[in-house]
Write a protein that binds this ligand. Structure first.
Ligand code: ADP
Ligand code: ZN
Length: 640
């Protein structure tokens, strides 16, 4: 069995390149088989999903389009062929920060990788070219601008090439939202390097974008590998928006010390919630396009490099966040489509450990989003598309079934069984007969002139004493105070569902005022000729933060993951050790070892190097580099 030579790259030095002693022949691995590279370089025991098939296809010289969700493991699909095929693998990647992390991660695993982009000085770039010409690199990350700059392709053409990988390939699509004009020119690779395999990779699930990628990158002849877009480790939790501030703090109480993203619609809301979270003792930073570049990059760096930072952000934050241990993504306002929701929540749990996608939503968000669409510069046809996308999202929030089934259905996948890991699966509240309550709700809308939103109507039904009620004299209406059998949260939910069901219309002109919807629905209900059953949330005093007996904290998380009890103190010492390593080397902690790897170490407590090598994420280079230190730490913790 061939062995892979250890490649110590002198990572202690700040240098970006392997030193002269590492000039091993570039094709040293060309005889290695992919499973061996997976095990010895990356430290993983088995391929995931379609990885194996993709790797085999590319190693054999084939081109392909790879569609995999975020966290699915796209990188290995080109990194392993890069090590199994002779020559250099060129990876086109749109974001410099992302490239840097990938290169750092590869170098930690002992792989000879470098990046060429606009952030480099001419001398550094020159040194990389020197290494390329001496065939001392296996992987080169490059921005599309660099790749297409004059003379670059000519220089590449003089080198033996293993493959081209085009990451974030959806940037080629004008239909999607990350369009980058330079990506269009990447079609030139098909003509110029017809015999070199090309691999385009994306996490975009939309079929229309897929076709556009194949066409524009001239990949019609290549295979298409489509992985499931399910992210089973993400728990989808939707809540009725009631008091977002209080609800958010209650949610975060279970997530202290964890990294997460909180999305809010506007810059002012971002600033306000970031301040609220800081006041409540969270390490929260704001991120939006209104901040200057230095503030933005400092927020981004803290989030990437430190543990437990919460970023409160507009959707300006996200592209290129490949931090693996984001434990939650919160939406305080509705995103604009189900695609956006999927993409934003997808930033949670890339490492495969349990993560939560938590959203508060209310009917009040919808008219505002409709107005945004109407006020935009888009053509009428485009506006219709946007309204349709919003409808799909509303359908998701109003569904009575499993959230994951609705979500995957939207992307053309069928999940045969309910998932057991979303709010509707975890907290089944059976549909109840709400005919009487619905009649009261409709009457409240009618008696107040069909121009008020749910908030005021609920106040009236509950017999509230608000300034608005006094001013308008609504305290003397027949519907005043007749709805005490439900609490506020239940009424809000009922109103939302009446809107979703078409009984009430949310009139954007009237700023969220509710008027009667379809007469065919409303009349029979009011006349007592039809009944209505819906699901309502449990009364507020019974509402819990999570489902009983389900893992919430990180200790139980560890236990499920490793199926063994984890010593929290030991895990903390491992994390502290990792933090030091990362700081000394100036890399993000997850580049040293992922959380998942530390968890497994703490659970299994390997006693020697051979046992440590069995832990997922410990390849040869890391074993040699960190093995002794980790074993010493584990041993000292084991002595009672
Ligand atoms: P993507 O680019 O598709 O979002 P990555 O390539 O960053 O995903 O992989 C996500 C995570 O999964 C990384 O932490 C990676 O190390 C891990 N991973 C990938 N493939 C495997 C595998 N076969 N076994 C274990 N972990 C894997
Ligand atoms: Zn479910």
């Amino acid at each position: 069995m061939p062995t892979i030579p250890s490649r110590d790259l002198g990572l202690d030095g700040a240098g970006f390149l392997p030193g002269p002693s590492h000039a091993a022949p570039v094709d040293c691995c060309s005889s290695a088989d992919p499973s061996q590279v997976l095990r010895e370089v990356f430290g993983y025991g088995a391929f995931r999903g379609p990885q194996q098939e993709i790797v085999a296809h590319v190693v054999a010289g084939g081109s392909a389009l790879v569609l995999m969700p975020t966290g699915g493991g796209k990188s290995l699909c080109y990194q392993i062929p890069a090590l199994c095929r002779p020559g250099l693998a060129v990876v086109v990647s749109p974001l410099i920060a992302l490239m840097q992390d990938q290169v750092e991660g590869l170098r930690q695993a002992g792989v000879r990788a470098a990046a060429l982009n606009s952030s480099l000085e001419a001398a550094e770039a020159g040194a990389i070219w020197g290494a390329l010409e001496r065939q001392e690199l296996d992987l080169l990350y490059v921005s599309p601008e660099r790749l297409l700059s004059p003379g670059f392709l000519d220089r590449l053409a003089a080198l033996p090439l293993a493959l081209f990988a085009i990451d974030e390939a959806h940037c080629v699509s004008q239909w999607g939202h990350d369009f980058r004009p330079e990506y269009l020119q990447l079609a030139v690779l098909a003509e110029r390097f017809a015999t070199i395999p090309r691999l385009a990779l994306t996490a975009t699930a939309d079929p229309r974008t897929r076709e556009e990628i194949r066409e524009r990158l001239k990949l019609q002849q290549g295979r298409v590998f489509l992985a499931s877009f399910d992210r089973p480790n993400i728990r989808y939790l939707l809540r009725d928006k009631d008091e977002p501030r209080r609800q958010l703090l209650a949610f975060l109480a279970d997530h202290r010390g964890e990294a997460g993203i909180v999305y809010a619609r506007s810059r002012s809301r971002v600033d306000r919630f970031a301040a609220e979270l800081r006041a409540a003792g969270f390490d929260a930073v704001a991120y939006h396009a209104g901040l200057d570049a230095a503030e933005r990059s400092s927020a981004l760096n803290r989030f990437r490099r430190e543990c437990g930072v919460v970023v409160v952000a507009t959707i300006a934050f996200g592209m290129g966040i490949d931090k693996p241990d984001v434990r939650f993504v919160v939406h305080l306002d509705l995103p604009k489509s189900l695609e956006a929701y999927y993409q934003e929540t997808g930033r949670a749990g890339r490492d495969g450990l349990p993560a939560e996608a938590w959203m508060v939503h209310g009917a009040g968000d919808v008219p505002q989003l409709r107005r945004f669409i109407e006020d935009s510069e888009a053509s009428e046809a485009q506006k219709r598309i946007e309204h349709g996308k919003l409808d799909a999202l509303i359908n998701f929030t109003e569904t009575g079934g499993c959230r994951r089934q609705v979500l995957l259905h939207h992307f053309g996948e069928t999940l045969a069984e309910a998932c057991g890991n979303c709010d509707l699966c975890l907290e089944p509240e059976r549909a109840v007969d709400v005919t009487e309550a619905a009649r009261k709700a409709l009457s409240a809308a009618f008696r107040t002139g069909q121009r008020f939103g749910a908030a005021h109507l609920v106040d009236v039904l509950l017999g509230g004493d608000t300034a608005k009620i006094r001013e308008l004299g609504h305290g003397s209406l027949s519907v005043y105070g007749i709805g005490k059998e439900l609490d506020r949260g239940q009424w809000r939910s009922l109103f939302r569902q009446l809107v979703a069901g078409g009984y009430l219309l949310n009139d954007p002109e009237a700023r969220g005022g509710l008027s009667f919807g379809s007469q065919q629905l409303v009349k029979p209900l009011l006349r007592g000729e039809a009944r209505l059953a819906l699901r309502l949330p449990p009364p507020a005093q019974q509402r819990r933060r999570g489902a009983p007996g389900l893992p919430g904290g990180s200790a139980s998380r560890a236990a499920i993951e490793a199926e063994a009890p984890v010593d929290g103190v030991l895990l903390q010492s491992l994390k502290e050790w990792r933090r030091q390593q990362a700081r000394e080397q100036g890399v993000p902690p997850y580049v040293v070892f992922h959380d998942r790897t530390l968890l497994e170490m703490a659970a299994c407590r390997p006693a020697d190097l051979a046992a440590l090598a069995e832990v997922g994420g410990v390849g040869q280079a890391k074993l040699e580099r960190y093995g002794a230190a980790v074993l010493a730490l584990l041993a000292s913790a084991s002595t009672p």
